[in-house]
Design a protein around this ligand. Structure first.
Ligand code: ADP
Ligand code: MG
Length: 206
């Protein structure tokens, strides 16, 4: 569908659709259920989510449910243009931080212990490549979770990435495109969850 448009014009187009998109409770519920079943399947305990911003898929119901299930929930805090994963014990205990997004104030959690990173995006493609807000924050944060190269990944089927962390995107269906332009620094996610689909990307299949 989209091939030659540059990142900026795709970003603008998808954001304008998302700004006025009337989300149904059912869509949020479907994403939540699919996400929670992956948490069960992978027996994940430590999960970094994002706090919703500008009509992003609402993660608050997921955060509340994970806290209820006694999972370790982390939210990002931006400091000096870097994302820090911070432990939270209560969703109401947050303060406005970078770009007015709510952030926790607690302790930084060790990156290597994170089981799932929920990666926000404006759009994803079916290979898991993502388009963010254009600042590359998550690309820099995700560098440590990059896949091990080809052979090892396919032959051993043991270590998918350095920390065994699943990278998961949550999106409405209109945010998933066939193809997005990407550069060397762009890091794809393993799985994209939409109300209609659970898309395992090539990276996720290795
Ligand atoms: P986004 O992913 O937020 O849509 P881009 O992928 O276009 O945005 O990245 C935005 C900027 O961040 C680029 O100018 C890019 O050079 C920088 N950047 C992204 N990842 C890295 C990285 N791993 N190291 C250094 N700079 C990076
Ligand atoms: Mg990027």
């Amino acid at each position: 569908m989209v091939f030659n448009e540059d990142k900026n014009s795709i970003r603008k187009k998808i954001l304008s659709i998302r700004e006025t998109y009337r989300v149904s409770n059912e869509e949020i519920e479907r994403i939540k259920e699919k996400f929670l079943s992956l948490v069960d399947k992978y027996k994940s305990n430590v999960i970094l989510l994002y706090y919703p911003y500008r009509n992003e898929v609402d993660t608050k119901p997921i955060i509340r449910e994970l806290l209820k299930r006694k999972k370790t929930v982390l939210l990002p805090k931006v400091e000096k243009n870097r994302i820090l994963p911070i432990f939270i014990s209560d969703i109401s205990d947050l303060k406005e931080g970078f770009a007015g997004i709510k952030e926790p104030e607690g302790k930084v959690y060790p990156k290597e212990k994170i089981d799932i990173v929920v990666v926000p995006a404006v759009a994803y493609d079916r290979k898991g490549y993502r388009l963010g807000y254009g600042k590359g924050f998550y690309d820099r944060f995700l560098k440590d979770f990059q896949n091990l190269k080809g052979k090892l990944c396919f032959k051993t089927k043991v270590r998918r990435n350095r920390f065994e962390t699943q990278l998961i995107g949550l999106a409405y269906d209109f945010q998933v495109l066939d193809k997005l332009p990407h550069e060397k620094h762009d890091i794809p996610v393993d799985i994209i969850i939409t109300p209609k689909e659970v898309i395992k990307t090539e990276r996720g299949n290795c």
